[in-house]
Design a protein around this ligand. Sequence first.
Ligand code: JEB
Length: 235
Amino acid sequence: MTAVTRLDYLSIFPDYFQVLHLSLLGKAAEHGLVETHFWDLRRWTHDRHRTVDDTPCGGGAGMVMKPEPWGEAFDELLGTEPDPEIHVVVPTPSGYPFRQRDAEQLSTARRILFCCGRYEGIDHRVLEYLRTRWTLHELSLGDYVLNGGEVAALAITEAVVRLIPGVIGNPESLTEESYSPGQEGLLEYPNYTRPVSWRGLEVPEVLMSGHHGRIAQWRHDQSVEITGSRRPDLL
Ligand code: JEB
């Protein structure tokens, strides 16, 4: 059996992560494969207003998350000793693009802390501090603007947890997907099920032919065509 993976989420909106009690991750937790902890960053503030933000040095629009609450949270959740086995994920629009290979690497980690910023982001010294002690992953979900890191942390979590052995019943369903190594990085071919005729739309005849070779060829051709039109960068 695999060791338990501990996932921690640090955010000013810890309620975002309630959805993790559902479905895939809920089952992984029930089976004792993962353990989750959700933390409100404001727990590590000391003023009456529980302030986590301040104006940007150098001026400009918006607010920046101040470093002190983050530092005190790290002290309590991770200690101060360096440990490269601890992975820290910081979603940020200026991060490295999050890819399947990142999900694969993170799925072997024993411990991951997700640090979810808001406003214009987190004081850069917090990232420097993290990088010198633990294994830091500054990751972006894609080229569009979100209001904070929470939704990205949820997406990354789902991509990671489903790769933990025992979480998905049939490991074959992992290897055939788009973006998995061995599928040559092609997008998936279209799927069909019964009925063979539905509202005047038919399942392609080749799929009902029983010719495994012709079916495999048709699916590969479809994959190449779809990849070429939607994601030529993958070819
Ligand atoms: C992640 C975040 C913000 C500039 C604009 C908006 C913390 N693909 C992605 N888009 N946006 C984010 C992301 C990821 N991952 C993202 C974390 C934060 C956006 N914001 C708002 C910051 N700077 C604050």
